[in-house]
Design a protein around this ligand. Structure first.
Ligand SMILES: NC(=O)c1ccc[n+]([C@@H]2O[C@H](COP(=O)([O-])OP(=O)(O)OC[C@H]3O[C@@H](n4cnc5c(N)ncnc54)[C@H](O)[C@@H]3O)[C@@H](O)[C@H]2O)c1
Length: 349
């Protein structure tokens, strides 16, 4: 693997400039460490418009990109998930670093194929789990808590996009990646249920994951909601944390900040005192979490990718992490299919 000096501008291209890829192109075009040389899209009007906006070349195919830029070092792959392997595979095979939008691929077998391509050529393979760069998530990561129970809700109105995959691979996968990181333990069991309303794949899903270390995660995802709402709550011995990672806000109740109040309340309960007049929310010390971030999550993710390309360091979310999230999602979808409805038999999705 060729390692560049930090500070050099890295030539990058974006393959697929639809809903997500156009943001990658916009951000690369403004980043000091990147030189956006081209965008590629099977829709040539879309490629042309994006290239005009950001002052780069445009191509209709990856072959045309590689013919014109044989020394290209790094790309974002933001084509539909079902095409990730075909597109990212040929780039990784040639040693070109890829940031592949989430999910890494539609199946674990396909993820493994991409990881193998990257390992053989030595190319960096990063996965676009943008929530890892959400300041709300970073604050919890820095608290180093060991969660016993995690509750996640991610619901939003139907956008009529990504219908090629179900809500588990499309939306819940963000939270599966986070829950795997926070629980830091292999999954022992998955129970799930879901409903397909508009297309063949599930549009609403709920899953309960039990981890080997005893942690339990309860995740709900819906793309049929009337509002957007993304919340995570983590319960641990050391703290309770509530995050709104859509609003990028959060609070923590740390045991260490409340030890004295807990001791007093316990002794009053033991003494049989009537505590019904106590306002619990005033009793505990609640800390507003500082979510100030230098960058938006996608900018942080692209900078992290460029840093990995420049230094040869492992990316923040590597192929193995991307595959673990897909594996968890496959297990949730399998559990939904296995779920039996009283009187109706197995779920139809
Ligand atoms: N990180 C996130 O929060 C997030 C959000 C939305 C989508 N995504 C992911 O981003 C990826 C793209 O999703 P989207 O919503 O932007 O899709 P989209 O359909 O809006 O855009 C995909 C683009 O790729 C182009 N394309 C298709 N096949 C191509 C090929 N072989 N070569 C070149 N161009 C090709 C299409 O013409 C289209 O312009 C998916 O994997 C999706 O899961 C991630």
């Amino acid at each position: 693997m060729c390692v560049m000096a930090e500070g050099d501008k890295i030539d990058v291209a974006v393959i697929g400039v639809g809903r997500m890829g156009r943001h990658h192109a916009r951000i690369y075009a403004g980043l000091d460490g990147a030189n956006l040389v081209a965008v590629v899209d099977a829709d040539d009007d879309r490629a042309g418009e994006t290239a005009d906006r950001f002052g780069c070349a445009d191509y209709e195919t990856v072959d045309a990109l590689l013919d014109a830029h044989p020394d290209l070092r790094a790309v974002t792959v933001a084509v539909p998930t079902l095409q990730h392997v075909e597109v990212a595979g040929m780039l990784l095979e040639r040693g070109i670093a890829c940031l592949v939008e989430k999910p890494l691929a539609p199946t674990t077998d396909a993820c493994r194929a991409l990881i193998d391509f990257a390992q053989r050529s030595g190319a960096t393979l990063a996965v676009g789990h943008t929530e890892r760069f959400n300041p709300a998530v970073r604050v919890v990561t820095d608290m180093h808590i060991t969660p016993r129970f995690i509750e996640v809700d991610r619901v939003s109105p139907m956008t009529f996009r990504s219908l090629d995959i179900g809500v588990v691979m499309d939306m819940m996968i963000h939270d599966l990646d986070l829950v795997l990181m926070f629980a830091d333990s292999p999954i022992k069991r998955v129970d799930a249920t879901g409903v397909a309303v508009l297309a063949e794949n599930e549009d609403v899903a709920n899953a309960r994951l039990l981890f080997e270390n005893g942690c339990v995660a309860n995740l709900t995802a819906s793309r049929l909601a009337l509002k957007t709402h993304r919340k995570m709550r983590l319960f641990s011995e050391a703290a309770y944390v509530s995050l709104d990672y859509h609003q990028r806000s959060g609070v923590a109740i740390r045991r260490s900040d409340n030890e004295q109040a807990l001791v007093e309340i316990r002794s009053q309960i033991e003494a049989g005192a009537d505590l019904t007049d106590i306002d619990y929310s005033e009793l505990v010390n609640v800390t507003e979490l500082d979510m100030e971030a230098e960058h938006d999550p996608l900018t942080g993710q692209l900078q992290s990718f460029l840093h990995a390309v420049a230094t040869g360091d492992s990316p923040a979310v590597d192929g193995a992490a991307g595959m673990a999230a897909v594996d968890a999602a496959e297990r949730v979808v399998a559990a939904i299919k296995e779920h039996t409805w009283a009187g109706l038999g197995k779920a139809r999705v």
